[in-house]
Write a protein that binds this ligand. Sequence first.
Ligand code: KG4
Ligand code: ZN
Length: 345
Amino acid sequence: MSRLVLGIETSCDDTSVAVLEDGVRLRSHLIAAQDLHELYGGVVPELAARHHLEQIDLVVDLALQRASLGLGDLDGVAVTYGPGLVGPLLVGLQAAKGIAWGRSLPLLAVNHLEGHLRSVFLEHGDVPAPSVSLVASGGHTGLYLLSEDGVLLRLARTRDDAAGEAFDKVAKLLGLGYPGGPVVDRLATTGNPLAIPFAPPRMSDGSLDFSFSGFKTAVLRYAQAHRLDRDLHVQAADAAAPDQETRDLLASFQSSVVEFMVNRLMTVAEDHGARAVCLSGGVACNSLLRRRVEEEARRRGLAAFTVSRALAVDNAAMIAEVGRLKYLRGEHAPMSLNADPGLEL
Ligand code: KG4
Ligand code: ZN
């Protein structure tokens, strides 16, 4: 008999709902974006929560309609309970609890980061174990080992900013809008990545943790010295066509950050005898990062699995997939489940 799990994701600014059948077939998958945050240069939590509230019931209805299913056909309801913004998380939780309570369905509590990590497995099926995953998003960046017996272990995390956050902050200080990742990715293709040298951070304790704030500060210093930093509201007119020096700065920043992440990923993979490396999270959309992970994995004889852009960004399909695994293990959450904005993996 097939299993149908409804997934709900509202941890940041996208309202996403999916219906997943047996972890292999996405019966429907919707992401309602909230473009208004661009106006503010970042996500405004209160506005995000209000928009989730306005959209959530509609998105759930539409997802079921597209899957040609009713609430009565579902076997479980999976929902992100952290990490993320508390207001937005609460909206998703309330919706999920309402459905689970009303239909006597198991409530499946999902860690958003595990969702990103498992998105690769949802997409590619069997990944050889052990594998090391780089999960890089706007709020988190870490390396995780998945052993042959399915145990998940965090091997490194960021000590300050997340990788996506560094892209967002750099774009903001250069007046290039929000979110920064896609715009830096695009503009960097026309810049010289060797123009400005950036030194990768070194941990004094020899740990393989990440740190990205130094890259951002180096960009800020360079931009100030060369008068490239601009106020967000002044730049709109020329944001689409920054000068060559800005493009060189972006290309150099992106290349340094990417090489830093790829280096860490490959070092950790080799240290742990991994057979595969995986890439997920919003930053996995980055063209250079995708290419470099694949190149370096090939050079080392490792299999590489990068999630497609559609499942790299925040989405409910990955939440439904983790929920499905919890359902199979009988891990049902209580109705008292609360949002946990600082949840770790
Ligand atoms: O996973 P995600 O959608 O949301 C969080 O859980 O944070 O990731 C969003 C982050 C943002 O910081 C955004 O700038 C970054 O992913 N991002 C990118 C690219 N596309 C999105 N970063 C670098 N290059 C990209 N092409
Ligand atoms: Zn995310």
